[in-house]
Write a protein that binds this ligand. Structure first.
Ligand SMILES: NC(=O)c1ccc[n+]([C@@H]2O[C@H](COP(=O)([O-])OP(=O)(O)OC[C@H]3O[C@@H](n4cnc5c(N)ncnc54)[C@H](OP(=O)(O)O)[C@@H]3O)[C@@H](O)[C@H]2O)c1
Length: 284
């Protein structure tokens, strides 16, 4: 398989250089298991070494375990604790269960899936303990709006929150109003999830779809690769498309080496406008 010159950037305050295009795994357990494992392995071969999973994703962690067998050190492995488990003790045991399903001794980053009723002090104290014990290398949050990020920062302080994983695709750019600037100011990586709108991809017959196609044709690329590039067009952005089909994984990895001009980025920006700031951060 040809290697792709995948762009990497520093992941928040961590020492890790992480590829801008990674791999999601939600619902990867719903189709053909062998194809899903092949897609993840092909993705790794092509440089998409950031793999995102969660205790919430059914059998996905076990599928990831099979995909990364023998190559754990290549992978930047991320999983998430559910808010209902995110007490001081519950976070530690949830992480240990994820490690067992993933058949590994450590996660590169462990996230609170969304904010629930457990005090952040308790969840973060558990994260610190897991880090001291070598079971996680770094930790972060997901679906945190600016007020949540302020609270998290007040508890954790500088250089502790590795990332905020949030909904981000061409037709859902709400994070650009405040969450993205907050993360940029505080050195927190922003991992955009559902980059293809969780299956709601713009039809090529729409004006936006036509813009993507024209730009793609000019680069010998595909509209999805153009979209992925737009979503990681500047630090501290990363994205994690999910593909259980190896052909899709290869297409997605190809976006990691794409270069678009400022004029092309501006065209996409006009075709998929950011829209007004919503009252609360959208999530799936
Ligand atoms: N933190 C959170 O709360 C949260 C929430 C949602 C998602 N996530 C994470 O983000 C990841 C990505 O989001 P998502 O899975 O919801 O949606 P997504 O990545 O936007 O879309 C996935 C869908 O796109 C298809 N696809 C992928 N690449 C394609 C290609 N090159 N051509 C055509 N179709 C393609 C997939 O098909 P195939 O599977 O058939 O290849 C699948 O049906 C998740 O898997 C999960 O890891 C996190």
């Amino acid at each position: 398989m040809a290697t792709i010159a995948m762009e990497r950037r520093r992941f928040g305050p961590t020492k890790a250089q992480v590829p801008v295009i990674g791999q999601g795994t939600w619902l990867i357990d719903e189709g053909n298991r062998k194809a899903a494992i092949a897609a993840l392995r092909d993705g790794l071969d092509l440089g998409m070494t950031h793999i995102d999973t969660a205790e919430m994703y059914g059998d996905a962690e076990r599928i990831v375990a099979e995909a990364i067998v023998g190559r754990r050190d290549e992978v930047f492995l991320v999983s998430k604790v559910l808010p209902d488990n995110a007490s001081r003790r519950g976070t530690v045991t949830a992480c240990e269960r994820s490690l067992a399903r993933l058949r590994t001794d450590r996660l590169d980053c462990y996230l609170l899936h969304w904010r629930g009723s457990s005090p952040l002090e308790d969840t973060f104290a558990a994260f610190d303990q897991l880090r001291r014990d070598g079971k996680i290398v770094s930790w972060g949050v997901s679906n945190f709006d600016v007020a949540d990020l302020d609270d998290a920062y007040a508890v954790a302080g500088d250089d502790q929150i590795a990332c905020n994983q949030v909904l981000y695709h061409l037709r859902e750019r709400a994070i650009e109003h405040a969450v993205l600037p907050w993360c940029e100011r505080h050195g927190v990586a922003v991992v955009g999830y559902a980059p293809f709108g969780h299956g709601e991809w713009p039809s090529p017959r729409t004006p936006g779809g036509r813009v993507l196609k024209e730009i793609a044709d000019a680069h010998g690329a595909t509209p999805r690769q153009v979209a992925l590039h737009f979503l990681v067009r500047q630090p501290p952005l990363f994205t994690i498309p999910k593909a259980s089909n190896p052909v899709h994984a290869a297409e997605n990895a190809g976006a990691g080496a794409l270069h678009l001009s400022e004029a092309e980025i501006a065209r996409i920006d006009r075709a998929f406008p950011r829209g007004p700031r919503p009252r609360s951060l959208p999530m799936i």
